[in-house]
Design a protein. Structure first.
Length: 124
């Protein structure tokens, strides 16, 4: 499928995934608040809200094919990212600071699954 109904939401997803895949960005922007060009504010919570609250990407990513995602492989990579975030929340809760989350051993899975998702989604 080549047509996406909401290309701006797809771009927003890619940007959130890029942030989740980049530990240096997380430290620099989320924790140290050293904002980059065009970024007024960013934090882990923004990616969580986009995935879990603002879209069906966390609950049913396959339903977003044609809307935000192009195919099942993209949906599967988003599923992996969501699962890694949910594993962090299940073990450590949802009240930690960004600085605390990115230091957790389980955070490495979030970074890795997000990097895989970026490679899949941004490449198409």
């Amino acid at each position: 499928m080549n047509h996406i109904t909401y290309p701006e939401m797809r771009q927003e997803l890619i940007e959130y995934l890029q942030g989740l895949a980049d530990p240096q960005y997380q430290r620099r922007v989320w924790v140290d608040q050293l904002l980059e060009d065009g970024v007024q504010h960013d934090e882990f919570d923004y990616a969580v809200h986009f995935l879990f609250d603002d879209t069906a990407l966390a609950s049913d990513p396959h339903s977003t094919i044609g809307w935000i995602l192009k195919d099942a492989s993209e949906a599967d990579t988003v599923t992996a990212v969501v699962a890694s975030i949910e594993a962090v929340f299940a073990k450590h809760g949802t009240k930690l600071s960004d600085a605390e989350y990115i230091e957790l051993p389980e955070w490495h899975s979030v970074v890795a699954t997000a990097a895989t998702a970026v490679a899949c989604i941004a490449a198409q």
